[in-house]
Design a protein around this ligand. Structure first.
Ligand SMILES: CC(=O)N[C@H]1[C@@H](OP(=O)(O)OP(=O)(O)OC[C@H]2O[C@@H](n3ccc(=O)[nH]c3=O)[C@H](O)[C@@H]2O)O[C@H](CO)[C@@H](O)[C@@H]1O
Ligand SMILES: C=C(OP(=O)(O)O)C(=O)O
Length: 417
């Protein structure tokens, strides 16, 4: 079993480039199905979830070529409209292929998606919305058999929660539906805007992405396009946390500061000095981090749930008590028990975690049980005295490209054995 051995206590200094966003690259790869000419997608990170998306595209009959971080998808040879259960289970984003396949083929057969286990992750909002667009969905034996006899037709859809995945599925299905689709209470995450930008490059007419109401005027055909994936704001937050806990001083290159609003405020509150220069961000950590008042995870533009765990490792070492309220997922504190093995003092009650900062953590064997929880353990391990031995690395490989190399380049001492 692979392990990450992290020798803590090294100050991080230097610069690193933030790779493309997983949560953008995955829906863009699904969207590439819709064009009738090839799409070229730059800045696709090397992640196991990206590999899973490529496997799905190839299964469907697409020709996919990868050169470094550029992926070219030619969907003109698509000859299937189903995704087998083993590919569906590999990641959450397998579910956004549903909207794309249904739009392209008028039918689709899938099962339920995988992804990080953060409590129940139903897809009811996706299915209700797609039904409103005219997709008939028969559920049984763990499968969803979907067909749209008369094609998809635009309509007004109100989401009871601004679900990221459901908003993406509606955009994908609505782009070539007959007539206009309006999404009320749409997710506003930057990854939604990136998807709309990609599809508009293909000839779609999507207006208002990034706002609470999105209007999609269906078009009869889409071409391919050339597009660059936005930088990963959650990786940026994770590497900032790594600098913060090691009294580090690093420059993150290629970020989009506007995507990091509440994250930047939080690092300032912790006493870090932040200096922005265009798309570069320098973070200089204080000798001891300050505690954080209350970190409430919220849909964008609020504080992202995906950054909650790495930031909790900072709070674990801060001077004073910090409070976290996890509002998005029911069970997103699985890293707490592992952080406590490293000496953190944390109490969890329902959606609230109270973190009493300690002056130091000490290395121990720990297990990553989900992607960002694993990232939190790496962050904590970089600060802990001695060696932190992390297992469950497949979770990290879903979301961080060459994490060890990236951290080693800024002075961390860690290796995968
Ligand atoms: C691949 C990807 O982009 N993953 C991100 C996406 O996940 P994902 O798209 O799964 O997240 P959603 O925004 O859909 O989920 C948010 C909340 O809504 C609930 N819900 C969602 C859909 C549904 O049909 N019914 C329902 O009840 C979920 O259980 C959860 O409690 O957004 C999350 C919230 O920012 C991030 O943590 C994930 O990193
Ligand atoms: C929860 C995450 O991913 P997914 O939705 O793919 O499980 C994440 O990126 O933190």
């Amino acid at each position: 079993m692979a392990k990450l051995m992290v020798q803590g206590g090294k100050r991080l200094c230097g610069e690193l480039t933030v790779h493309g966003a997983k949560n953008s690259a995955l829906p863009l790869l699904a969207a590439s199905l819709l064009g009738d000419t090839p799409s070229i997608i730059h800045n696709c990170p090397e992640l196991s979830d990206v590999d899973s998306s490529i496997h799905i595209l190839e299964w469907l009959g697409c020709r996919v070529k990868r050169e470094g971080s550029t992926i070219v998808v030619d969907s003109s040879s698509i000859d299937r409209c189903d995704i087998p259960d083993n590919l569906m289970r590999e990641m959450r984003s397998s579910v956004v292929f549903l909207g794309a396949i249904a739009a392209k083929c008028g039918k689709a057969r899938i099962s339920f998606p995988g992804g990080c286990e953060l409590g129940p992750r139903p897809i009811d909002l996706h299915l209700t919305a797609l039904r409103q667009l005219g997709l008939t969905i028969d559920e049984g034996h763990g499968e969803l058999d979907c067909y749209a006899k008369n094609g998809l037709t635009g309509t007004e859809i109100t989401l009871s929660f601004p679900s990221v995945g459901a908003t993406e599925n509606i955009i994908l299905a609505g782009a070539t539906a007959k007539g206009t689709t309006r999404i009320l209470n749409a997710a506003r995450e930057p990854e939604i805007s990136d998807l709309a930008d990609f599809l508009n490059g293909c000839g779609a007419r999507i207006y208002g992405a990034g706002e609470g109401t999105i209007r999609i005027e269906g078009v009869s055909r889409l071409s391919g396009t050339e597009h660059t994936v936005i930088p990963d704001r959650i990786c940026a937050a994770t590497y900032m946390a790594a600098a913060a806990v090691t009294q580090g001083n690093i420059c993150l290159r290629g970020i989009i500061p506007a995507h990091l609003g509440p994250v930047l405020s939080l690092f300032s509150e912790a006493g870090c000095d932040l200096s922005l220069n265009g798309r570069d961000l320098r973070i200089t950590a204080p000798p001891r981090l300050h505690s954080l008042k209350t970190v409430r995870t919220m849909p964008y533009p609020g504080f992202p749930t995906d950054a909650q765990a790495p930031v909790m490792s900072m709070a674990a070492l801060a001077d004073g008590t910090s409070v976290f309220v996890e509002n998005i997922f029911e069970s997103r504190y699985k890293h707490v028990g592992e952080l406590m093995r490293l000496g953190a003092h944390i109490k969890v009650e329902g959606k609230v975690a109270v973190v009493e900062g300690v002056p130091r953590l000490s290395g121990a064997p720990v297990e990553a049980t989900d992607l960002r929880g694993g990232a939190a353990l790496v962050v904590a391990g970089l600060a802990a005295e001695g060696v932190t031995e992390i297992t469950g690395l497949h979770h990290l490989d879903r979301g961080y490209e060459h994490m060890e190399d990236t951290l080693r380049a800024v002075g961390a001492v860690l290796e995968r054995v």
